[in-house]
Design a binder for this molecule. Structure first.
Ligand code: BES
Ligand code: ZN
Ligand code: ZN
Length: 486
């Protein structure tokens, strides 16, 4: 599928018209697109289109017209538009049209550049499907071409189109990684895929095996992976955009399957645990986007990839591990494994790659779902300006984050009598925050932002532009965030 900017929609293709609010055709004299075939059909087919509904009609040119009402109530104008585009495109696809021209509404608050980017992004996001393991791929009716109508095509709009395509497609790379089951996606295959992506998009990738990680004293990370026959891999990605700065460290949780270890999860909770590497997939997707956009930032992505499995040689509750930065950790629950892998990955980003700030992204706690649900990710930080930048970045992506507090009382939840820190807080007390405090203990005082994405990583019900399964959320916010940092 290709996306093209056009100044006028052709009368030979189907159109998708996005309209604001409740529209009655009879009253609706001037749709955003002033095209004779659309005008005529709107005028001749009286209808009432309610907020957020999509409808199908035939224009006077004999081509299908899809009309979607933008449901502004309850969300931002741009989120409402994304949903309307997603809904309209899905309807167009159901009618098996091969080409469709999108007519965007004029919006007071959003300029044309941003509209084009948003539209291109949403086209990729809403047409995503994961069919790799289906024998019957179905009667796919993908579009060959999608046209976006704009006032006058110029370089700024062409760049906006490109950025939207890159962000949408990079999010789909993340979704593919998360949707792949753990029988095929494990540390080694994940590392191979990252190497391929690095070659394709031009970022540097280095992979360290078990022996090399042992030499680098990554005992906390290696303990988590030691019961699996699929050995751990440390994956390091570097994008040097040319500016004279220490790299921003992006650290993603890369547990390719989380059984809980000896603190075994019940079956129902385990079912989804192939997605416990979503943080790493978000970092990988973001690295792809930064490289494709030739970002001027320096960024290092670190993923400590392993499988938290069960076997006679598994690490055990009661064990004491020595992490890469020298702190000892009392293991009180082997299911609180993500923080152990992050501890060593962060130490690696700081000590070996000289990161000047740390952003970690992890499906870390079930507690974040209880606190914030599945649409809002939890954020914990020691640096208010990082959080401020995150808010700006996430507004561009129409993604949501909410800051949770951090203080000494929360830090003390991780106190241990027999080691420097415990990997478990107190039952029922602020599980997301105590997990974040554990991670903070390994950031060596650098500016740090922690994103707990256990709630938002996975979509249980499809929505207008986010399909069921891996949501791909956070890639676009993280890209915009990096672009705002020094
Ligand atoms: N991978 C899980 C967190 C998770 C839960 C992700 C649900 C996605 C959906 C994590 O490793 C975990 O098991 N955390 C424990 C921590 C507890 C033992 C302190 C949890 O949340 O129950
Ligand atoms: Zn776990
Ligand atoms: Zn986990």
């Amino acid at each position: 599928m290709t996306i093209e900017l056009v100044e006028a929609l052709s009368a030979d293709v189907a159109s998708l018209i996005l309209v604001d609010g409740n529209i009655e055709a009879a009253e609706h004299s001037a749709p955003a697109c002033e095209h004779a075939h659309v005008e005529a059909s709107l005028a001749h087919a009286p209808f009432l289109l309610k907020n957020g509904e999509a409808m199908y009609s035939i224009g006077s040119n004999g081509q299908p017209i899809f009309i979607t009402g933008i449901k502004t109530k309850g969300s931002t104008a741009t989120e409402a538009l994304r949903r309307a585009i997603g809904k309209g495109l899905r309807l167009a696809r159901k009618h098996e049209v091969k080409e469709v021209g999108i007519c965007l509404p004029a919006m007071d608050t959003v300029d044309e550049r941003d509209l084009v980017q948003l539209c291109a992004e949403t086209i990729h996001l809403s047409l995503y499907e994961y069919k790799k393991y289906l024998s019957e791929k179905g009667n796919e009716s993908f579009f060959d071409k999608v046209f976006i109508q704009c006032n006058s095509i110029n370089d700024e709009l062409r760049q906006a189109l490109n950025m939207g395509e890159v962000l949408g497609d990079s999010t789909n790379i993340t979704r593919d990684l998360v949707n792949e089951p753990s029988i095929d996606l494990y540390p080694e295959t994940l590392a191979n895929k990252v190497q391929e992506l690095g070659k394709r998009f031009g970022f540097d990738v280095q992979v360290f095996d078990h022996e090399q990680c042992l030499e680098m004293d990554m005992h906390a990370f290696l303990a988590v992976g030691q019961a699996s026959t699929r050995t751990p891999k440390l994956i390091v990605m570097r994008w040097i955009g040319g500016s004279n700065m220490e790299p921003i460290g992006l650290v993603g949780k890369g547990v390719t399957y989380d059984t809980g270890g000896l603190s075994l999860k019940p079956t129902a909770s385990m079912l989804r645990m192939k997605s416990d590497m979503t943080g790493s997939a978000v970092v990988i997707g973001t690295m792809c986007a930064l490289a494709r956009m030739k970002s001027e930032k320096n960024v290092v992505g670190v993923v400590a990839a392993c499988e938290n499995s069960v076997a006679g040689n598994a690490f055990m509750p009661g064990d004491i591990l020595k992490s890469k930065n020298g702190k000892t950790i009392e293991i009180r629950n082997t299911d609180a494994e993500g923080r152990l892998t992050l501890a060593d990955a962060i130490a690696h980003a700081i000590r070996e790659e000289h990161a000047n700030k740390i952003i970690d992204i992890a499906t870390l706690t079930g507690a974040v779902k209880v606190a914030l649900g599945d649409q809002v990710a939890g954020a914990v930080t020691t640096d208010d300006s990082l959080y401020q930048h995150l808010q700006e970045a996430s507004a561009l992506a129409d993604e949501q984050f909410w800051q949770l507090p951090i203080n000494q009382d929360y830090r003390d939840l991780n106190n241990s009598d027999i080691a420097d820190i415990s990997n478990l807080g107190r039952d029922g007390l602020a599980g997301t925050i105590s997990a974040a405090c554990f991670v903070e203990a390994f950031t060596e005082g650098l500016p740090w932002l922690h994103l707990d994405i256990a709630g938002v990583a996975y979509n249980h019900n499809k929505h207008d532009y986010i399909p069921k399964g891996a949501s791909g959320r956070v890639v676009r916010s993280l890209y915009h965030l990096v672009e705002r940092l020094d």
